[in-house]
Design a protein around this ligand. Structure first.
Ligand code: PHE
Length: 333
């Protein structure tokens, strides 16, 4: 009790520091009393130990309370003494900001994937022709390399047209056994309108190892979709062509907005086309020095921008890059 009384009387930080040294520090009295327990007769040790520990806990709690109060007091004194700050003026109500829808979705998706053990990888926006095309089995005469589609830089590099451009680096660095998710901004040289933008976001994922199969792909896709939409989502695969996967698929998700009953988002079909995916082509593995006889894996890549547009019923893609605060404030989550 005396100790607590002593503490209650303290009025400045110096005295508080001295108090700490006297009682609570390594060389303090309470610590010494605890160390002294071993010298007591065995039948007194437990009761004495409990008593001292409880006292120490109480003193510590009060010490921290006092410390916070004194610090607050010091700040307030300083503010009051400052002739330039008038703390009596009523506070201005500053509206709280929120995350951009794309940022929010990136965080949601990566959080879900992280919980499944995926690495989250951030990649460059300027990449080499090799990374964007050759390494992912896109042949030299592929139309995607055309002047209209790709922003070529004068140094021979380009703005990545797809997050698949990161596959090679990730496989080389972390492979041959790796699960990674890599969202990123992509660029395509197209005319803009309400549904086309030259800069947009994709999110790619891959899992490579021994015995990875399409069943793993389906499971991961269901997990991601169900996590984002907060309900069970079904998926179905249709054959689809992408040079970097074999077999390749288009993956549809059961419409999260009408539960498959049919609505304007799913064009009354109950399904939405969600992404391209498939088993990684052997040439892609070989390009990253991964032995395709021993390892295999899946990859998928979906449009984060499209996901945001569906989720928040955004009718004009250009709004997402506009920095228009009125639009951003109107998005309700
Ligand atoms: N990169 C493809 C696209 O931009 C998507 C994709 C990624 C497809 C991975 C299959 C596997 O359309």
């Amino acid at each position: 009790m005396d100790i607590l009384n002593e503490l209650a009387k303290i009025k400045d930080e110096n005295a508080l520091t001295a108090f700490h040294k006297k009682y609570l520090s390594k060389t303090g009295e309470l610590t010494a009393q605890l160390q002294n327990l071993k010298n007591l007769p065995a039948d007194q040790r437990a009761t004495e130990g409990n008593r001292i520990n409880e006292l120490k806990r109480n003193v510590e709690r009060e010490f921290f309370r006092k410390q916070t109060a004194l610090r607050e007091q010091a700040i307030n004194d300083q503010l009051r003494a400052d002739p330039l700050v008038d703390i009596t003026i009523p506070a201005i109500n500053v509206p709280q900001g929120s995350l951009h829808p794309i940022t929010y979705l990136i965080r949601r998706v990566t959080e879900i994937c992280r919980s499944m053990g995926f690495l989250v990888v951030d990649g460059n926006e300027v990449v080499t022709e090799y990374e964007n095309f050759d390494a992912v089995n896109v042949p030299a005469d592929h139309p995607a390399r055309d002047m209209q589609d790709t922003f070529w830089l004068t140094n021979g590099k380009l703005l990545k047209t797809q997050t698949s451009a990161m596959q090679n680096e990730i496989l080389r660095k972390h492979g041959p056994v790796v699960s990674a998710i890599f969202p990123g901004r992509c660029y395509r040289n197209e005319a803009t309108d309400a549904s086309h933008e030259f800069a947009f976001f994709q999110c790619e994922g891959m899992m490579v190892g021994e015995n990875i199969s399409i069943a793993n792909l389906i499971y991961v896709m269901k997990k991601i979709l169900s996590g984002v939409y907060g309900k069970d989502i079904d998926v179905r695969l249709r054959p689809g062509y992408f040079p970097f996967v074999e077999p390749g698929f288009e993956l549809d998700a059961s419409c999260p907005f009408c539960e498959g009953k049919g609505c304007s988002v799913c064009k009354h079909s109950g399904w939405i086309e969600f992404c391209g995916c498939g088993m990684i082509h052997q040439n892609v593995l070989r390009q990253a020095n991964v032995d395709p006889e021993r390892y295999q894996g899946f990859a998928f890549g979906f449009g984060l921008t499209r996901m945001a547009m569906m989720q928040y019923a955004i009718s004009d893609i250009r709004l997402l890059n506009s920095g228009n605060l009125e639009f951003l404030r109107g998005i309700k989550r």
